[in-house]
Design a binder for this molecule. Structure first.
Ligand code: MOS
Length: 743
C-alpha cells in the first residue's frame, strides 16, 4: 500500500484489444437476425434540380426484391416530429431524406432498394432508372467569395470571435508585416468502418438499432423523433466503432434508411454505405483564409488579422472556430477576426478531428513562419517572444499551460539548434532537407456525464455510461479509473458503453470524453467507497464504526485504515458479512463552474517536422516528427500516444495527400474512392516521437485530465508546409502540397 497509482498513468494494453483482434468485437454491420434483409442506397447523379421520373419497375420485378423506397412512396412514413433531434445539428432546415423530388446535392440518397440478399439489392439498385431536370448549381467557394455572409443562428461550441484593440492602425504602423492567403479543399471522413446500421425488428413493433455512431443516445433520440416512436420501442447499441473522427457525431442517412425499411417491411434490415458513399456525408469544409500579422523588429506582435470563409450547404449553416485561435495563441494587443460562410450546393460540412483548429492553426502557423523569415528570426524564437500566459480573447489565465516546456523538450529532442535557417541550405545526399515547426492548440472541455456502478459480492465491479469508444481507448481508461478509485485488480472491473439504456453521456467528441465520463466514473466509484464504509460499520464490533471515509484508503480489493494499514478488511468480506449481494450507485458529478469560469482551459502542442524533398520528382517525404503535448494528466501513455500518433499521421495526410477534387461542371467530388483520394500508407510514415509534458491542473476536473483526441493533429500541416519552405524556398499556401506545386 503506497501513494503511487496502480493503473492511472500506466501504459496499459487495451482491455478490448483481444476482442478486436480476434473478431469477437462486433460492429454495426456484423449483426445478424433471422429474416434479415439488406438495403442499398441509390445516390443522386446531379447536384441540383428535381427528379422527373424514378422508374423502379425493373428492380421490383426481380424475385427477392422487397421494396424500393423513394420520395414517391415514403412521404408520410416518417418525419412526424417537427422537433428533429440531433445533438450535433447545426442551425438550419435539416435535410429530410426521401421527402421530395428536389435534389439539393450530388450523391444525395434518393432511393433505398431492399432485397433478401445484399448482392440482389446491390444489383437491383443499378436497375433504378432516374431522370432529372437539372438546375444551375454552385459548388465553387473561391468563385463565390462575393456571396460570403455571417453565419446564421448559433451552434453549441461556436465562439463568435472577439476583436480587440485597433488592428488597422497597428498593422499599418508595424515595420514588419506578413500577409498571405491559404486554401484548403474539403477533407473527407474515411474511418476504416463505413457507416452502417443493422435494425432488428420484433413482432411487437419494437426495434434494436445497432448503429455506427459517436453517441448512442443521439441515435436513439433521432430515431424516436423522426419516426414518432417512444423510447421503450427503440433500443440503440453501438459497443464497437471502427473509427469516426466526427462522421458519427450526426446520425447519418443509413440509420434513417434502415429504420424506415424495418418499420415498413416489419423485417430486420441492414444498410451499409459504400466507400464512395462515405463522400456523401459531411466533410471538413472548403476554406480560404487570410492572415495579416504585423510586428516590430524585435519580433513582438503588434497586430493580427484572421479572416476566413468556408463553404456550407444551402440548408444548414455549419460553423467552426477557425479564426479564434489567432486571438488566443500569442500575446498581441490588436486582433481582428472575421468568419463568413458561402452557401454551396453540397451536403452540410461536419466536424472532423479538431474542427476549425486544424484549418485555422494551419493558416496562423504558416503566417508566423512567413513573419519569422521577414524578421530574420528563428521561428521558434518568434513563438517564445510572443508567449501568452493568458487567453487574450477572454482575458483569463490558463488553468495550466505547459507549452513553453513543449517547445523546449521537443526542440531539444529534434535537435532544432542545429538548424541552418536559410532555405535550401540543408541537404541529405541529393535531397533537400527542411526543418519546420508549429504550435498547436485545442480545447480542454468537460461536459456533463453520468455513470452507474455496481459492486457485487464476488468482488467484481461493473461501471457503465452511454458514451462511445471510437477507437480512442474509452473502455480501457474508464476501466483504469474505476479500478484505481476502488482499489480493485483491473480484471475485476468491467466498463460498459454504447448502450442508450446506460446513464447519460454526451457524444464522444471535442476530446471531452476522458475528462467528462472519467469524472463520472471516478465519482461513482467514490460513492461505492462511501456505501462500503457504511456497510462495514454495520458489521458487529466493527473497527470502522468511528471512521470517516477520509481516514480510509482502498487498494488490492481491501479497505485500509490509513493511519494503521495493518487494519483492513476485504471488500468481499464487507459484502458477505452484511449479506449484501450488490451495491448500486449512479453518479452525476457537477463541475465547479465558478472556479472554472475564471480560467481558460486548453491543450497545447509543439510539433517539429523534418522533410526530404526530391526536387526533380517533386516528392516530399516526412522523415521525422517530434511532437510534445501538454494535455494535463495522461491516463494511459500507451493509448494516448496512439491518439497523438494518429493525429500526426492525419496532419501529414492533410498536408501532402488528401485532396477531393470537385468537378464544378457536375458539382460532385469526383475522386470519391480510395484509389484517387489519397491517404498515407505505411511507407509514407516514418519516425514519429511523442513527448507528454504533464500538467497539474485541478481546475479542469478532479482527475486533471484535458483530453488527447484532437490536439495531436493541430499544427502538423503547418509544420510540414514550413519544413517544405525551409527545404525548397517555396511557400505553398494551398493544401495538399502535391508534386505539381513543387516542380
Ligand atoms: Mo470529434 S470532430 O469532436 O469527433
Amino acid at each position: 500500500m503506497n501513494n503511487e497509482t496502480t493503473y492511472i498513468g500506466r501504459p496499459m494494453n487495451r482491455v478490448d484489444g483481444y476482442a478486436k483482434v480476434t473478431g469477437d468485437a462486433k460492429y454495426a454491420a456484423d449483426y445478424h437476425a433471422k429474416g434479415l434483409c439488406y438495403g442499398v442506397v441509390v445516390s443522386a447523379g446531379i447536384a441540383r434540380g428535381r427528379i422527373v421520373d424514378i422508374d423502379t419497375s425493373a428492380a421490383l420485378q426481380l424475385e427477392g426484391v422487397l421494396q424500393v423506397f423513394t420520395h414517391q412512396n415514403v412521404s408520410g412514413l416518417a418525419w412526424f416530429n417537427r422537433s428533429y433531434k440531433d445533438m450535433d445539428a447545426p442551425p438550419g432546415k435539416h435535410f429530410r431524406y426521401l421527402q421530395t423530388d428536389m435534389v439539393a446535392y450530388s450523391q444525395q440518397p434518393v432511393a433505398l432498394v431492399v432485397a433478401e440478399t445484399f448482392e440482389l439489392a446491390r444489383y437491383a439498385a443499378t436497375l433504378v432508372n432516374i431522370s432529372y431536370e437539372a438546375d444551375a448549381h454552385t459548388t465553387s467557394l473561391t468563385g463565390n467569395l462575393d456571396k460570403a455572409r455571417p453565419p446564421k443562428g448559433k451552434k453549441t461550441g461556436f465562439k463568435k470571435p472577439a476583436n480587440r484593440g485597433h488592428f488597422d492602425k497597428a498593422f499599418k504602423e508595424a515595420p514588419v508585416r506578413a500577409e498571405a492567403t491559404y486554401y484548403q479543399g474539403a477533407e473527407h471522413h474515411n474511418p476504416m468502418e463505413m457507416h452502417a446500421t443493422t435494425v432488428l425488428y420484433y413482432k411487437n413493433g419494437s426495434i434494436t438499432v445497432y448503429d455506427k455512431t459517436q453517441g448512442v443516445l443521439n441515435t436513439q433520440s433521432y430515431v424516436k423523433s423522426v419516426f414518432g416512436l417512444s423510447g421503450k420501442k427503440v433500443k440503440a447499441l453501438s459497443p464497437f466503432v471502427g473509427g469516426a473522427f466526427g462522421s458519427g457525431l450526426r446520425p447519418q442517412y443509413q440509420l434513417f434508411m434502415a429504420v424506415l425499411a424495418a418499420l415498413e417491411l416489419k423485417r430486420s434490415v441492414k444498410v451499409m454505405l459504400t466507400r464512395q458513399q462515405m463522400f456523401s456525408l459531411g466533410f471538413r469544409p472548403i476554406t480560404q483564409q487570410t492572415l495579416s500579422i504585423g510586428a516590430v523588429e524585435d519580433g513582438s506582435l503588434q497586430a493580427i488579422s484572421h479572416q476566413a470563409v468556408s463553404g456550407t450547404s444551402q440548408f444548414e449553416d455549419y460553423v467552426e472556430n477557425i479564426v479564434n485561435w489567432s486571438g488566443m495563441l500569442y500575446h498581441c494587443k490588436n486582433v481582428q477576426q472575421d468568419y463568413k460562410l458561402v452557401s454551396l450546393d453540397t451536403y452540410t460540412p461536419l466536424d472532423m478531428r479538431a474542427p476549425g483548429a486544424v484549418t485555422g492553426v494551419f493558416g496562423l502557423e504558416c503566417a508566423m513562419d512567413e513573419l519569422a523569415y521577414k524578421l530574420n528570426m528563428d521561428p521558434l524564437e518568434l513563438r517564445r517572444i510572443n508567449y501568452s500566459v493568458e487567453d487574450g480573447s477572454m482575458k483569463k489565465p490558463y488553468s495550466s499551460k505547459g507549452l513553453m516546456d513543449c517547445y523546449e523538450q521537443a526542440a531539444a529532442r529534434f535537435g532544432w539548434s542545429q538548424r541552418n535557417p536559410a532555405p535550401r541550405s540543408m541537404k541529405t545526399g541529393r535531397l533537400l532537407t527542411g526543418w519546420g515547426m508549429a504550435t498547436g492548440m485545442w480545447d480542454a472541455m468537460t461536459v456533463p456525464a453520468r455513470a452507474k456502478a455496481t459492486f457485487t459480492a464476488d468482488g467484481k465491479l461493473t461501471v457503465g455510461s452511454a458514451t462511445a469508444d471510437i477507437g480512442t481507448g474509452t473502455y480501457t481508461i474508464m476501466t483504469q479509473i474505476a479500478a484505481e478509485t476502488l482499489g480493485l485488480p483491473i480484471d475485476n472491473v468491467t466498463f460498459q458503453l454504447g448502450d442508450a439504456s446506460l446513464p447519460f453521456a454526451y457524444l464522444e467528441g471535442g476530446s471531452a470524453t476522458a475528462a467528462s465520463v472519467g469524472t463520472a466514473v471516478q465519482k461513482a466509484c467514490l460513492q461505492i467507497r462511501e456505501r462500503l464504509l457504511s456497510l462495514a460499520k454495520d458489521i458487529p464490533d466493527s473497527p470502522f464504526r468511528e471512521l470517516s471515509i477520509e481516514q480510509l484508503t482502498f487498494a488490492d480489493g481491501k479497505m485500509y485504515m490509513i493511519e494503521t494499514p495493518a487494519n483492513f478488511i476485504h471488500l468481499k468480506d464487507i459484502m458477505t458479512l452484511t449479506e449484501t449481494d450488490a451495491v448500486n450507485v449512479t453518479s452525476t458529478p457537477l463541475p465547479n463552474i465558478f472556479k472554472q469560469m475564471k480560467y481558460a482551459k486548453n491543450t497545447h502542442s509543439a510539433v517539429f517536422v523534418e522533410v526530404q524533398v526530391d526536387e526533380e520528382l517533386g516528392l516530399v517525404k516526412v522523415s521525422r516528427v517530434v511532437s510534445a503535448i501538454a494535455a494535463g494528466r495522461i491516463l494511459n501513455p500507451k493509448t494516448a500516444r496512439s491518439q497523438i500518433m494518429g493525429g500526426i499521421v492525419w496532419g501529414i495526410s492533410g498536408a501532402l495527400y488528401e485532396e477531393s477534387v470537385m468537378d464544378h461542371q457536375f458539382g460532385r467530388f469526383v475522386n470519391h474512392n480510395y484509389a484517387e483520394y489519397h491517404i498515407p500508407v505505411n511507407l509514407d510514415i516514418n519516425d514519429i516521437e511523442v513527448i507528454f509534458v504533464e500538467e497539474n491542473d485541478d481546475v479542469v476536473n478532479p482527475l486533471g485530465v484535458k483530453g488527447v483526441g484532437e490536439i495531436g493533429q493541430v499544427g502538423v500541416a503547418a509544420a510540414v508546409a514550413n519544413a517544405i519552405f525551409h527545404a525548397t524556398g517555396k511557400r505553398i499556401r494551398d493544401l495538399p502540397v502535391t508534386l505539381d506545386k513543387l516542380l
